[in-house]
Write a protein that binds this ligand. Structure first.
Ligand SMILES: C[S@@+](CC[C@H](N)C(=O)[O-])C[C@H]1O[C@@H](n2cnc3c(N)ncnc32)[C@H](O)[C@@H]1O
Length: 254
């Protein structure tokens, strides 16, 4: 099997980074090695792709808008978990939003991504980057969990496990914010192209065209679900807020 060690590229080495070594090292999932190695595990890809304009192009110019949509759910001063590294400036901007009265934990299952994100957050004292699988994030409880474009890359059984563990990681009254792909409207000009791209490069994404995110959650009824779509339905934000006992009677999943 290919060696995806970060030591291949000293600039991305975890050694000397401001965080302590990780205690429990998760396995690199098979889907990541087989489907997404070229995007996230090769040092050359990290160097070339980690630019806001590339992320913006991949999202058809919607990166900032979708970031704003996620950030509008996150008040400053909270304990926030970002469930995977994202290319571009999302983590840095999220750290600025959370501010020094709060805490930002960023996790990723790939050591090279952890090293790269630590580099980007170097000097942000209230931000911590560590190696963990989103299906077992640890470190909680959190006020808000931000899951930005991770779900569409996961096989369905992993989607279920990740959604379940993220919902378990928030306090009563806290929220999990999912921003991801969604089924575009039938006459959307990019629908055909995105369908081809997904069939070719993103084999687990189309489940989000067929199923609501809430339908993966075994404990969906303990949360209030809210969904908004963007850019003709190609993207969605789903917010799951954990109910507190004094809340009115549930209205059901979105
Ligand atoms: C958030 S997703 C995609 C984000 C977006 N497409 C971008 O431009 O960066 C990519 C990240 O998810 C990470 N990842 C994949 N599966 C994961 C898991 N189960 N737990 C934590 N991180 C995971 C990958 O290592 C990668 O860094």
């Amino acid at each position: 099997m290919t060696d995806f060690s970060v030591d291949a590229d000293p600039a991305l080495s975890i050694a000397g980074a401001p965080e302590l070594p990780d205690t429990a090292v998760p396995e690199l999932p098979a889907y990541l090695q087989e489907t997404y190695a070229w995007a996230y595990l090769w040092p050359i890809s990290v160097r070339l792709l980690d630019r806001p304009w590339i992320t913006s192009a991949i999202l058809w110019g919607n990166y900032r808008r979708l970031k704003r949509a996620a950030f509008s759910e996150i008040p400053p001063g909270q304990r926030v978990l970002q469930t995977a590294c994202v290319y571009g400036d999302l983590s840095y901007d999220l750290g600025a939003l959370v501010g020094p009265r709060g805490r930002l934990d960023v996790i990723d299952v790939a050591p090279i991504q952890v090293a790269n994100c630590r580099r980007k957050l170097n000097g942000v004292g209230h931000a911590h980057v560590r190696l963990a699988d989103a299906a077992a994030p640890g470190g909680g409880p959190y006020d808000v969990v931000c899951c930005f474009f991770l779900l569409h890359e996961l096989p369905d059984d992993r989607k279920r496990a990740v959604i379940d563990s993220l919902l378990s990681a928030v306090v009563p009254g806290g929220s999990v914010v999912f921003v991801d792909y969604h089924k575009p409207r039938s006459l959307h000009p990019l629908r055909g192209l995105m369908s081809i791209v997904f069939d070719w490069l993103e084999p687990f994404a189309k489940t989000l065209w067929r199923r609501e995110i809430s339908s993966f959650a075994p404990a969906a009824d303990r949360f209030d679900w809210r969904k908004e779509t963007y850019f003709g339905g190609l993207y969605q934000k789903v917010v799951a807020r954990r109910r507190i006992p004094s809340d009115p009677v549930p209205s059901g999943p979105a």
